[in-house]
Design a protein around this ligand. Sequence first.
Ligand code: ADP
Ligand code: MG
Length: 261
Amino acid sequence: MQAASVVSAKDLCLTYHTNDGPVHALSNVDLDVRKGDFVSFIGPSGCGKTTFLRVIADLERKTSGEITVNGMTPEEARKARAYGYVFQAPALYPWRTIDKNIALPLEIMGYAADDQKRRIAEALDLVNLSGFEKKFPWQLSGGMQQRASIARALAFDADLLLMDEPFGALDEIVRDHLNEELLKLWARTNKTICFVTHSIPEAVYLSTKIIVMSPRPGRVTDIIDSTLPAERPLGIRETPEFLAIAHRVREGLRAGHSYEE
Ligand code: ADP
Ligand code: MG
């Protein structure tokens, strides 16, 4: 039996209207994210990756087509707290300690104090930051800050995590480490993850499904179901199977790329 549909898009279009005319950020996007999937969206800057996550999160409205999140409209899903969102930059408030940063959305949504405390402790444990709750963001490394912002997104315990280039600003060694940790977290929590990246190795290493996108208009050019096993030591990136998937992603990116500019 197929797992339940978490995100389903059919013929989804989104056009931004700007002073320079319309920008077709998403054009006829069809795709299906199933419960427990780790889906990466890869493509050059401007191909609509962030826009797609923002449509799922109800931060942008579609122009036409269909989109459901857990079988609901994005607005209903947002009200049901269906997802946690991790932004490209950690976006932590410097004047709040780590625990208070994670608490902020919980405070806004009116969770009781003891419930907040429990959720913060669990989320910090999941990202291996227990013991750092009283630190300020500027006392942590970039990688630790990004882990704190992942903890903030986990604190609602939503089944769906939306992550927009969360490790894009980090050096490669830290990124490798966080990739490994994220896979473990995903395996342990059974979450569905939609992950935006520029990096081919990152997409191939993490994903059960890779969505290759191209710009102007933003569309899906290839969908690759990974054949890699669930257990993935970093060394898997040297295997022929891994390299074959990476090759297909690269071909998809090349096919969708226009060299006009
Ligand atoms: P990506 O995340 O893949 O880099 P985006 O989704 O941010 O791409 O953007 C897709 C396209 O839509 C780009 O051409 C971008 O300039 C344009 N765009 C994004 N947001 C807006 C906006 N709020 N208003 C107008 N154009 C936008
Ligand atoms: Mg983006």
